[in-house]
Design a binder for this molecule. Sequence first.
Ligand code: OAD
Length: 235
Amino acid sequence: MADPIRNIVILTGAGISAESGVATFRGPGGLWEGHRVEDVCTPQALRRDPELVHRFYDERRAKLASVQPNPAHSALARLDAEWSGGLLIVTQNVDDLHERAGAKRLIHMHGALRSALCAMCGARQGWETALPPGTDCTGCGEAMLRPDIVFFGEIPYQMDAIAAALDAADLFVSIGTSGAVYPAAGFVQEARRSGVRTLELNLEPSEGSHWFDESRQGPAGVLVPQWVDEVLGGE
Ligand code: OAD
């Protein structure tokens, strides 16, 4: 019989929010809401055209007001509340649907739309409205606030905590992510190397499906509640 599961690490991507009406990144044409990633999601783009980059994230932030968590977010929040073992939800998403569903053990490895980051002093502050370039940081006073988003070429947040959780995990589950962007795409390989069981829940086979012990295909709103029932039922 397989060893009992105590520690679970869950990686989520844009697919878990798709049924809430948040656009995925690699949709039709490979564009993100009509933009090439390199025009809105790189440090070079921020330097070249701060108006465009800030406006892009202002629009994404404003959109959050009209979307709600779906059954997949709610199921993970229930798992977080009821699972007595170790658990960490690592999301690549910059929306706040996991926390609005009630998840607590959560890391936003690619940053968060409802947060502003000072490019001068590194302080963060909650941010709900538009964030024009040149906004003053309330910490250091410099006009250097930017969207708190990890751009391509920047290091994702809390990588040490994620590595420690993966190290201690018995089960790694990847939900709604294409497996196209590292380092998150490499978590399944790290998990496998240390003998962790791996499960993928995605609408279709992803670029990394072959790395998983098991891959289930279907909408997150159906697959995730089913899987959470299984896990909590077996505790
Ligand atoms: P992608 O848009 O690359 O992939 C979304 C995945 O979700 C695809 O494999 C879809 O098949 C799947 N999917 C779509 N709808 C689904 C549904 N209803 N249920 C389950 N799965 C569904 O998004 P990510 O993998 O999250 O980085 O992208 C990774 C990173 O690339 C993002 O965090 C972002 C982007 O550039 C930054 O912003 C730094």
